[in-house]
Design a protein around this ligand. Sequence first.
Ligand code: C2O
Ligand code: CU
Ligand code: CU
Length: 540
Amino acid sequence: MFISRRRFLQQGGFAGAILASQGLSGASRDTHQTGMVKPTLDPNSLAKFVDPIPDPEIAGSISSRPSPTEPHTQIPYYRLEMRQIQQKIHRDMKPTMLWGFGNSSPGPTIEARSGQGILVEWVNALPREHFLPIDHNLHGAEARLPETRAVVHLHGAKAAPESDGYPESWFTPGRSALCHYSNRQEAATLWYHDHAMGINRLNIYAGLLGLYIIRDSAEDSLNLPAGKYEVPLVICDRLFDGDGQLFYPVSGASNAPWVPEVFGNAILVNGKLLPYLEVEPRQYRFRVLNGSNGRFYCFSLSNGQEFHQIGTDQGLLAGPVPLRKMLLGPGERADLVVDFSSHAGEQIVLQNDAFVVMQFRVGASAHIPINAKVAAVLPVKLRTILKTPESEAVKIRPLSINEYHDLAGNSMLMLLNASYWKMPITEKPELNSTEIWSFINTTDDSHPIHLHLVRFQILDRRRFQIFAYRTAGEVKFTGAAILPDPNEAGWKDTVRADPGMVTRIIVRFEGFLGRYVWHCHILEHEDNEMMRPFEVIAAK
Ligand code: C2O
Ligand code: CU
Ligand code: CU
């Protein structure tokens, strides 16, 4: 039942969500349908490719302050306010109310250099009332707590625990938090987003996200397309009501609005719906982030053209991977190079299966002579990635992924290792030790599993017998181990744990002692117990 319902949701979008929600029942849920269902906006009714894609602005530091770890060094100080804003999503839509950083969603991009720390003061300047449906039954979102709570996490950062944005370290309007990002890590595309306990899915859906790019000299020396030829593409799916305002679907129960997944039919790129980008017939670098709550994308170009993936979550791959289709789960990043040089005058659409995402308009000629420094062809080798040997692991942790249904077969709850958030910490790796985490996915869905603090490598995925596992707790493999896809064979921080598979990653816990979290990056799951703390402890 759940599989087909989910497929249905994915295909039917909003209409599917409403139909499915009417099936909700069970002791804990009130099946009474309350309120009127507002009509949603059909993006197919809008003119396509009438808005140029906005390039998120680059954040500027406002001063410098002593580094918390090296008091004699002054480091840049940034101050970013979370605010309620009005933003034009499409030429023919009224402005939409969003929550952004500064004046936009996505917020300004923070540019950092490897090894050079910065300070960011994250300010909560949001209104006291939330405008999206809070479910007070969820842990950490109880009715006695303030409605508007926020805390910013820098996804992909090797940050000290007090700067990592622990979900319970939220702060209310009028308050702020100062975070130190030492950037002692290699070049990569990171992103910042809200992480407040129990309402994270709503805060990010409202718009609280942005990019954070770390660069280094190794990457510079490759002369990849840069400047105006390097374009970030932050992709988020949303639903809008007839007034062009954000619509977040609810279950049929007015006192328990949580829904297990949200799939929007409007796919925003850098905060615009169906935008276009004028490009020159030459190579471009696109840093793609899937910032959606729950949607997995399978991207391709309408002309069937090949492109190259050069990087993943934690920076460059060993070499460019040629692709015609690219899968990207929530929270994952892909660094792409697309060569438009033999497509002068063409219009090429970036699509996700049946959905149109955006359009590239290739000009007749390169306006600016191609910089001699920019390699006309991609370097064959981008970086050395040493495989972490399995023999280095001092611990292997089997971690199950579980889903629970109500009497009608609707998904009510998903857990990691059958444990709730509040249960004692079970994952306590020692600092500088290597472990293998083995995600045993007993559900019918793919869950993008993310660990804070660390980068890891994917070892393999292997099909197993779910029934034998559920009944006897025994992993019986039914297929051979499958190596990660070539475009996943680099440093990752988020991994697809596919249904009916055991997905193994190898992780070295470096950097800091202290408490962090690991979770599913489908935000509806994360908010409803699919998140657990872990603690890096001192070696014994
Ligand atoms: Cu992008 Cu804990 O998250
Ligand atoms: Cu993270
Ligand atoms: Cu999940």
